[in-house]
Design a protein. Sequence first.
Length: 245
Amino acid sequence: MIAATQAHAVAVNKVSLTAPTPAFGERVVGAAAIALVASLVIQNAVLVWAGAPGYGDPIEKVFAFHAENRGAVAIAVGSEALNLPLLLVFVTGFHGLVGRRGGAGADWSRLAVAAGATLAAVFALYAVLWNGVVLSAGELAEPSPLFKLVWQLHAGAFALALPALGTTFIGAALAAHASRLAAPWQRVLGVAGGGLLIAAGVANLAIADGSPILFVGLLGYAAWLVWLLVTGVRLVLMPRKVGAA
């Protein structure tokens, strides 16, 4: 019996010594976060530079912008093809980091993964509808009822992405705090910013109709970018062996 126990212990030790290196370490997860922030900032800068209309602007202005600025929209929509994998790498890798640091906050990181996957799906719909808007604008002489409907669906998809982002934000922030991957003030920023995003998302019908309530969500969105950048930098600068036995 003693020999069998010793043999089992040796086998366990061998398994632990030969465990594969995680695909998403601190530097990879941090780099994904920083790259996601950079992509989102560039995406929004292009739209601001081009003079993109808001959801509350007259449909004639929306139509004119998309008819004349197809290139700017192509850059913005194309950025989503980069944003989605970066987001998924971040939330998945972050969940792995939490697990390797003892599992404190694992439930919150699971919530962030689930919400992040939902967010990716909603943003995919948002991008597809935006493609429909710009393609229609190139074929029509004036905005049609169908064009207006697709634009409102596009706005509604963005509004529904806000609570998904807010949930991702809160889950990641609380998981980071529990596992000591972030500074204490980042938990406050995460809960407050995520709460603003969720609160704005409740009014998704009003936002789809052009309500300025959207700006409440944009405050939370700005908080998300700050949190993501700071967390990404902390992870990149973190020693690889931190927390190791």
